[in-house]
Design a protein around this ligand. Structure first.
Ligand SMILES: Cc1cc2nc3c(=O)[nH]c(=O)nc-3n(C[C@H](O)[C@H](O)[C@H](O)COP(=O)(O)O)c2cc1C
Length: 442
């Protein structure tokens, strides 16, 4: 092996693949991100004729090659808030399976905002390098990484769901004494009774969101997501069911949403202007009329969020009150997304919740009820969901180069050892790199 080969500068040649740029390890650059529709204009396959699922989505200057996003999911697997090799493996699997946006789980901006002691955190510079490892893997595959920043509020300091969501004693890393929220009412009897946050603590958390966003940018992230849903701190400030304050942070609609708005402003001050800001909202509390946050509030809030700098609103529901009566059924939250989309032109809207198959994904997008679909549990069941959907809706999409002999459409090769160089080029069994660059099936 010569010490220096002619194309060591990284240029593509017939002999070696271009390295993914800006990544500390070698991996071939995926010029066409995995999960991109393969167009064939001569045969009438264009962006206008393919399924809307695979029509690229552009938000400001960022292009997503398809519209199936990985929803943020807590994995409860960190020590001291640090991501690990486990997270590299977990998030990496989606990067090589064609998921254009991979949102890293709810990540606490202060230690007393951890939902469980083993959640992800970004309150310290020490947490940047392990996050960067995960981000680099995602970017190495030409996919986009986001991180969801959060404070769990009165839901802080409990065990992971599989251990029963019970309060963790302080000697086991719980934060019973420091659990805080807008008002001193607990989520339920398993959770600590929160202390009412002081004005200083409110500003400490707002600033912590900004500081965590700045750290995320240092880790290479260009899309900041915020957890404004599911009864965590931001949602519990917004909803009259949980916010009983009488100062400027409670009472009227304007006062209750002030906390969220100040968080957006602080994040925007701390990130470059071209970074995207995503927000997740619970569209309703599922409480009787007049008792909680309602769809009318969401419709009133969405344009404010947009004006303040939110680019994308993921529309979920519930999680703020133990008396909620969630009416659950397939795609049950889609009508909320549709209502937001209709009422807030210009805001890009995501639908989430009990969406499990390609036909449903396609119908939501084709009918214009949402611009993108966030998937959580179906991605846990099937990390190859993007390719499954592609097959269901009849769109051919790219695979990572390393998996180029596996696509589930087109010709299958019975024996991988029978391929010779000649057959490979001539038979259309595989996609050659050049054809892939031209966005065409070989
Ligand atoms: C294991 C697990 C962890 C979750 N953690 C988060 C989280 O960190 N942030 C969040 O916004 N939602 C979280 N969720 C909710 C999902 O993002 C999603 O809104 C919900 O599961 C409904 O989508 P699905 O029917 O596709 O699972 C979590 C869901 C699951 C199953």
């Amino acid at each position: 092996m010569p010490s220096k080969v002619p194309d060591d500068d990284g240029g593509y040649s017939s002999y070696r693949s271009t390295p993914a740029p800006g990544i500390s390890f070698f991996t071939p650059q995926q010029t066409l991100p995995c999960g991109t529709a393969i167009l064939d204009e001569e045969n009438g396959i264009t962006e206008d004729t393919i399924s809307p699922v695979f029509k690229p989505l552009k938000i400001r200057n960022t292009v997503f090659q398809n519209r199936i996003f990985l929803a943020p999911m807590c994995l409860y697997s960190c020590k001291d808030g640090m991501l690990s090799d486990f997270h590299v493996a977990h998030y990496g699997q989606y990067a090589i399976r064609g998921v254009p946006l991979i949102t890293i789980e709810a990540t606490a901006v202060v230690p007393w905002g951890l939902n469980t002691p083993q959640d992800s955190g970004l309150w310290s510079d020490e947490q940047i390098p392990p996050l960067k490892r995960v981000v680099d893997v995602i970017h190495s595959q030409s996919q986009h990484a986001a991180i969801q920043l959060q404070h769990a509020g009165r839901k802080s300091g409990v065990t992971p769901p599989w251990l029963g969501l019970k309060t963790v004693p302080e000697e086991y890393g719980g934060c019973g004494a420091t659990v805080k929220g807008p008002s001193p009412n607990p989520w339920n009897e398993n959770y600590s009774t929160p202390k009412e946050m002081t004005e200083a603590e409110i500003w400490e958390v707002i600033e912590a969101f900004g500081a965590a966003a700045a750290r995320a940018v240092k880790a290479g992230i260009k899309i900041i997501a915020v957890h404004g849903a599911h009864g965590y701190l931001i949602h519990s400030f917004a909803s009259p069911a949980s916010n009983k304050r009488t100062d400027k942070w409670g009472g009227s609609f304007e006062n209750r949403v002030r906390f969220g708005i100040e968080i957006i402003r602080c994040i925007r001050r701390n990130i470059p202007a071209d970074c995207l800001l995503f927000w997740k909202i619970s569209a309703v509390d599922w409480l009787p009329p007049g008792e909680g946050w309602e769809l009318e509030d969401t419709i009133r809030y969405a344009p404010i969020l947009h004006k303040e700098g939110v680019d994308f609103l993921d529309v979920s529901s519930g999680g703020n009150d133990r008396n909620q009566k969630v009416q659950i059924s397939p795609a049950y939250q889609v009508p909320f997304a549709e209502a937001v989309k209709k009422s807030t032109p210009g805001l890009v809207v995501g639908a989430v919740g009990w969406i499990r198959d390609g036909k449903t994904v396609e119908e939501i997008l084709r009918s214009g009820k949402a611009d993108a679909i966030s998937i959580a549990r179906e991605f846990l069941r099937d990390p190859n969901f993007v390719h499954r959907v592609a097959n269901e809706v009849g769109t051919k999409v790219s695979w990572v180069d390393q998996y180029h002999r596996a696509p589930i459409y087109g010709k299958n090769v019975e024996s991988t050892t029978s391929i010779t160089a000649d057959i490979k080029v001539d038979s259309g069994v595989t996609q050659s790199h050049e054809k892939q660059l031209q966005n065409k099936v070989a």
